[in-house]
Design a protein around this ligand. Structure first.
Ligand SMILES: [Zn+2]
Length: 248
């Protein structure tokens, strides 16, 4: 790739983040060069995609197989009332290209499964967990660990959220955190601000991982409780015999 520079419009668009100490034009160029997968365009993926696009991630790859439903709209703010019955991908692409026409966005209407997960993860530098089930999260976790790609995990339930950055080789993976697949409750209760809070923290982690700003949340699980507004960090160790990450 040739030397990448920012045009006048980009310098203006990203002016307020370029001013952050340790970020600068260099940090913005790193974002422009990067590719991020948003896996799922639901409660987490929808606000995450908005902030990733606005921040100037050079290429966004979004994937979701579902269509917009009325019961999505309390939290999946990229989708509007007029979008009900559209695919989530189409609905999201329509908004994302208006939020930031300077970036490249690709949408795939499909599920993530054993057959495509490696191809998807291979295409990007970082993966954002926007899933609503652990089966697919574990597929993404494994592909990210094997391919050495950071995986920004989040999960929500009601007013509670959890966040951990999986940095292959540097800390525990999702299997170390949750060795046995939890039972899936569907549909589960969730208040809109919960995934909004967690998704904006996921994007914070993406930007930190790409630019080298600050300390990513590796080896620590952040637990947010909206009923008391408590943020708690729990240290998570790598499992020596983890079925996914031992040896990586
Ligand atoms: Zn592990």
């Amino acid at each position: 790739m040739g030397i990448m520079v920012l045009n006048e419009r980009e310098l203006l668009r990203y002016d307020r983040q370029i001013r952050i100490a340790g970020f600068g034009v260099e940090g913005q160029i790193k974002l422009k060069r990067s590719k991020v997968l948003v896996a799922g365009l639901g409660g987490l993926g929808a606000p995450a995609a908005i902030y990733l696009a606005a921040a100037g991630i050079g290429k966004l790859l979004v994937i979701d197989k579902e269509r917009v439903e009325l019961s999505n709209l309390n939290r999946q703010i990229i989708h509007w009332t007029e979008d009900v019955n559209k695919t989530k991908v189409k609905s999201a692409l329509e908004k994302l290209c208006k939020i930031n026409p300077e970036i490249e966005i690709e949408g795939i209407v499909d599920e993530i499964n054993e057959l495509n997960v490696y191809e998807l993860v291979k295409k990007v530098d970082v993966v954002v967990d926007g899933m609503d089930n652990f089966k697919t999260r574990f597929l993404l976790n494994e592909a990210c660990v094997k391919l050495g790609k950071p995986f920004i995990h989040a999960a929500v339930y009601g007013l509670e959220g959890r966040l951990m950055t999986i940095f292959p080789g540097k800390g525990p993976c999702l299997r170390c955190l949750i060795p046995i697949e939890p039972e899936e409750v569907k549909p589960f209760p969730v208040l809109g601000p919960t995934p909004a809070i967690m998704a904006s923290m996921q994007v914070m982690e993406v930007i930190k991982v790409i630019t080298g700003l600050g300390e990513p949340l590796v080896g620590k699980l952040l637990v947010f409780d909206g009923t008391s507004m408590d943020f708690m960090k729990v240290t998570i160790e790598r499992l020596p015999n983890c079925s996914v990450c031992s040896g990586h």
